[in-house]
Write a protein that binds this ligand. Structure first.
Ligand code: G3P
Length: 218
């Protein structure tokens, strides 16, 4: 499973890219607003740091305008993936931008039917938002399970990758992996939580104390 980071914070992206664990980046208009930076400038900078796909989302609501914006975003760097909303206009723009040879990430997916449509429209990635479904008392992981089943039933759909988004915890990442999701896009804080276990810390502390007693060095 690939790991993307869900942020527009270049400092966090640099730090995580240095670990070698990062396969890509996703942003959205809220994350760009949080960064306080110019959209085009920040996407360009991220694309230089991370060679994998960097999702940049259009702001237009109508297909023709989405296509214009999507092509502008795609021109920033070869690794830009244009992010489009799961609306009829978004799907229409998805078909055109995919046919340009640009990677498309269809976002704001909350149902298996929507995921099926995105695959038929030629999306490279579908972004189901698990955390926001959990927030309203539904089970986001059931959506991932349903999409996996549907996509596996129809290999000729084109290989749309399931990019699990709106991740809130390490448990979401583990569940997504168990269900065979292709990608998780994870906030930096949750990526850091993934490595932590109290028994690892306790075990390492014990090993280091015993090592010191040996008086040796490597
Ligand atoms: O980038 C899309 C998604 O990951 C947003 O997550 O936490 O705003 O629901 P969240």
């Amino acid at each position: 499973m690939k790991f993307f980071v869900d942020t527009a914070d270049v400092g966090d992206i640099r730090e995580l890219a240095a670990t070698g664990l990062l396969d890509g980046v996703t942003t959205n208009p809220s994350l760009i607003a949080k960064s306080g930076r110019d959209f085009i400038e920040v996407i360009s900078e991220i694309c230089e740091i991370v060679p994998g796909p960097v999702s940049a989302e259009v702001a237009a609501m109508e297909a023709d305008a989405m296509i214009v914006e999507g092509r502008k975003l795609a021109a920033i760097a070869d690794n830009v993936a244009v992010k489009l909303p799961l609306t009829m206009d978004g799907l229409k723009a998805c078909r055109t931008i995919s046919e340009d040879g640009t990677s498309v990430n269809v976002t704001l997916c909350f149902s298996p039917a929507q995921a099926l449509l995105a695959a038929k429209a030629g999306a490279d990635y579908i972004s189901p938002f698990v955390g926001r479904l959990d927030d309203i008392g539904q089970n986001g992981m059931h959506l991932i399970d349903d999409i996996r089943t549907i996509y596996d039933n129809y290999p000729d759909l084109g290989g749309t990758q399931i990019l699990v988004a709106s991740i809130r915890s390490p448990a979401h990442v583990v569940e997504a992996a168990k269900l065979g999701a292709d990608v998780c896009t994870i906030p930096p804080s949750v990526i850091k939580q993934l490595v932590q276990h109290p028994l690892t810390d306790k075990g390492l502390d014990g090993f280091m104390k015993d090592w010191a007693k040996t008086g040796q060095s490597i």
